[in-house]
Design a protein. Structure first.
Lengths: 386, 446
């Protein structure tokens, strides 16, 4: 047992069997902490499992477990007897007044006693993990070298000399971590994870007409889509949420920083889209060309109560890039509406009742200007109430 | 620290502030604590050997720095009852926390006496640790009780009994314990107080009769807690005796049952738990689940999962639950999860069948919504999922290929089991009849 002030969890075997509140005798054989596991599989709580060898005498033994300046959930403390569970029994637990401590009363049914290995587990606060990602895209932006780092933050008040850090999957780490120490470790590295670069223009989020914002570009958000599956050389386990920094190989043995985003948890089979920044080489100009009320219904007081609306929306899409691109265009139509297939000039997927998704492939720019496409939708919004 | 003092007074000074000549100081022979958890209330019953002489004996009982309710003090001779009369109990003026008993005795010698009183400051609570098997089909359930003594008095070698149940009290014992005058001054509600008091303490006496005989504790094995029902209460009697010093707490094992079959259920219910899936763990307090011998007192439960490698554990979550009578289901809400996902999406909306009132305003219409439900299990074990959908109206019709169950007038429930790492998508079409259009619903459905 280290006697430095930093070791805050103390376990003591009490030889004297009388414990009084006035004079609690804490001392004697202090068993060293042996194998220790920090289990980080639950994002809400960190479980510590530590093994200690208790020198038990025949009969009753009192074992004092105390902590100072660490936050332990006392109800979570468990003592598991590992060597002789049928001979060594935990009888009860006492909590001394005004102390962060407990006293186990352990019965040992062996006339010579035992050097018994026990495991003490408890939930410890202020120790957790983060996950971060670093992705380096190739020049063509078709794949990334993806690295995931595990960041262990120990502000629990306790130093851990040698511990095994276990996550819910993947390999464990053997590391020591002191109080107020933060450790970053490589969790996994996958050199060639395929990505899809996507440009997304959302009519509900972006300015429709760049002419209305003179002197300012309307950037089209750019993301990399990564799928957590075998085909992408991933898919072994869920990817934890965290911050991802994305770089790109600049083709001359260096990289540039493309941007960063935060991803949520990505279960196996799911995809994540990391937003890296805005493209100003794809320009969308969307205008409403028609808005006409029809089927007006008035009440007896001649007040309009309900109507339909014929609307025409035209979106001009220009690609100024020297490469082809696929633009994901999100169009939103509120309420109840109808659109005949013949009244829209491109294929779309209905994501929900009010959202349409178009995947528009754009060729590279031409000699004399950008590549152009035009989306035209003519629809009727129904039963609009006044 | 011992704060309850009993002095037998050789002289007969009427006031305690006068100099007291002390003849004997009897110690406590046995003590029994019956601790409630629905109220801050403990019934203490102690026996002491008093040495009496023939004639009037004065006995002084003091309880400074404790939380004893003086109106509950009672002394009963355990032997020679016919020859000993407790004449009165006096609370002298200008002295706090002190009572004088006048005992008329026709015998001389040692007489065992029982003193009972109520005190506050001793509490107990139940808590539990559940350990799921790796496949999560069974659970080991360990129940504990934690007794805390903040009463100001040390109770050594006390037989300890815990009462599960809700007891009615009119006054807080802690308040009664801190009064300047035990029964307050005239003009206060002392009469009512007194009568309520008697009823309560006699209730408890009835319970105490059923107590197990005291015995020295068996020191090499964990104590057993004997459980028995009494009236509307459940009494837990801890094997042997316990010493619970003032300000200490003690945790005692109550039961430990292995291999309880459990049901893992994931629920999606926007009204109750918002837009995430919540994990539930349930079992029944019955013999089929290796329980059912007694009610389970409410408390919090921490759930772990046995990783089946050298007894290592993983922490799953915690939940609190209410009192569970025998044969009732226990359902633990372990909170929202990310590894099981339910995503409802409205895919289409149309309205129709508008009707108008005499002024030409809309007073009825029908809405048809197409809903898509995507359900995903990303875990490595199969999961059972229950999805509740509330329609906010009685006038609804549904069309779907997916099996469902009507829960109440405006709620349905889909239940399904998904294999590890699988997903399922289904749709339903919901028609709701608004305002006066309920008439259409009635025609169609009645």
């Amino acid at each position: 047992m280290k006697t430095t002030t930093k070791t805050i969890l103390v376990i003591a075997m009490l030889l004297a069997l009388t414990i009084t509140a006035q004079a609690r005798i804490k001392m004697v054989a202090l068993p060293e902490r042996a194998d220790t596991i920090i289990r980080l599989d639950n994002p809400n709580a960190t479980l510590i499992e530590e093994e200690r060898v208790l020198t038990l005498q025949a009969g009753l033994n009192k074992v004092d477990f105390s902590w100072k300046a660490v936050s332990i959930d006392a109800d979570s403390i468990r003592l598991t007897v590992l060597d002789h569970p049928s001979k060594v029994k935990l009888l009860n637990v006492s909590y001394p007044p005004g102390e962060a401590a407990l006293v186990w009363e352990v019965a040992c049914d062996n006339k010579d006693g035992y050097a018994e290995t026990v495991r003490i587990s408890y939930l410890l606060r202020n120790i957790d993990r983060l996950v971060t990602y670093k992705a380096i895209a190739d020049k063509e932006e078709t794949k990334v070298n993806l690295k995931s780092y595990l960041v262990l933050r120990n502000f629990s008040g306790e130093d851990f000399d040698k511990v095994e850090v276990k996550l819910d999957y993947g390999k464990s780490f053997n590391k020591g971590i002191d109080h107020e120490e933060t450790k970053q470790m490589l969790f996994f590295g996958k050199p060639e994870v395929p990505i899809t670069k996507i440009w997304t223009w959302d009519s509900g989020k972006l300015q429709w007409d760049p002419e209305n914002t003179p002197g300012k570009n309307i950037g089209v958000p750019v993301s990399y889509r990564i799928k957590n599956d075998k085909k992408s050389k991933l898919g072994e386990y869920a990817l934890w949420g965290g911050k991802a920094r994305i770089f790109q190989d600049d083709g001359s043995n260096s990289t540039i920083f493309l941007g960063e985003d935060r991803t949520g948890l990505v279960p196996v089979g799911e995809k994540t889209e990391l937003y890296i920044g805005d493209s100003r080489d794809i320009v969308v100009t969307q205008r409403k060309m028609n808005e006409t009320r029809t089927n007006e219904i008035k009440n007896n007081a001649d007040r309009l109560i309900m109507y339909d609306m014929d609307e025409t929306v035209v979106a001009k899409i220009e690609n100024f890039k020297d490469k082809p691109a696929t633009l994901t265009m999100i169009q939103r139509i509120p309420g109840e509406w109808e659109m005949k297939d013949s009244n829209v000039n491109m294929k779309y997927e209905k994501i929900n009742a009010n959202t349409l998704k178009f995947e528009i492939t754009l060729p590279a720019r031409e000699k004399d200007g950008p590549a152009k496409k035009e989306l035209k939708m003519k629809y009727t919004r129904r039963h609009i109430r006044r | 620290m011992k704060k309850l003092l009993i002095l037998i007074l050789a002289l007969i000074p009427a006031v305690a502030s006068a100099k007291i000549d002390l003849s004997t100081l009897p110690t406590r022979d046995t003590v029994q604590l019956t601790i409630y958890n629905s109220a801050d209330l403990t019934l203490a019953r102690e026996s002491r050997q008093l040495t009496l002489k023939e004639g009037i004996n004065k006995l002084q009982f003091s309880w400074a720095n404790t939380l004893i309710d003086p109106t509950s003090l009672e002394m009963i001779p355990l032997n020679d009852a016919g020859n000993i009369t407790i004449q009165d109990l006096t609370f002298p003026p200008r002295v706090r926390n002190l009572g004088l008993w006048n005992i008329e005795s026709e015998v001389t010698g040692r007489v065992p006496m029982e003193i009972t009183y109520l005190t506050s400051g001793i509490t107990w609570r139940a808590f539990y640790m559940g350990t799921l098997s790796k496949d999560e089909e069974t659970m080991q359930l360990a129940g504990y009780v934690r007794v805390t003594n903040n009463s100001g008095e040390d109770y050594e070698n006390a037989q300890t009994r815990l009462v599960v149940g809700k007891v009615n009290i009119i006054d807080q014992i802690a308040n009664l314990a801190q009064r300047q005058y035990p029964y307050d001054k005239p003009g206060a509600h002392s009469e009512m107080l007194f009568s309520s008091y008697i009823t309560k303490s006699s209730n408890m006496r009835g319970m105490a009769v059923a107590a197990a005989p005291m015995k020295r504790m068996a020191r090499s094995k964990a104590k057993e807690i004997k459980k028995e029902g009494l009236s509307e209460y459940f009494l837990y009697t801890i094997d042997g005796t316990e010493t619970i010093e003032n300000q200490w707490s003690k945790r005692l094992p109550s039961f430990d049952t292995k291999d309880i079959p459990v049901v893992n259920l994931y629920k999606y219910n926007e009204q109750m738990y918002g837009r995430s899936v919540s994990r539930f763990l349930s079992f029944k307090n019955d013999t089929k689940h290796k329980l059912g011998k007694e009610p389970i007192p409410g408390g919090t439960m921490k759930v772990y999962r046995d990783l089946q490698e050298n007894k290592h554990l993983s922490y799953t979550g915690a939940s609190s639950f209410k009192y569970i009578p025998v044969n009732e289901k226990v359902e633990l809400n372990l909170g929202p999860v990310q590894n099981v996902v339910v995503k409802p999406t409205m895919m289409n909306l149309i309205t129709k069948d508008y009707r108008y009132n005499n002024s030409g305003n809309i007073n009825g219409w029908t809405e048809v919504k197409t809903m898509k439900l995507e359900v995903k299990n990303t875990r490595d074990v199969p999961v059972k999922i229950e999805i509740k959908r509330n329609f906010n109206t009685t006038y609804w019709e549904i069309e779907t290929a997916q099996k469902y169950e009507k829960v109440d007038k405006d709620t349905i429930k889909f239940t399904m089991t998904l294999k590890p790492r699988t997903e399922k998508t289904f749709q339903y079409e919901l028609t709701t009849y608004k305002n006066e259009n309920y008439k259409i619903w009635k025609q169609r459905n009645q």
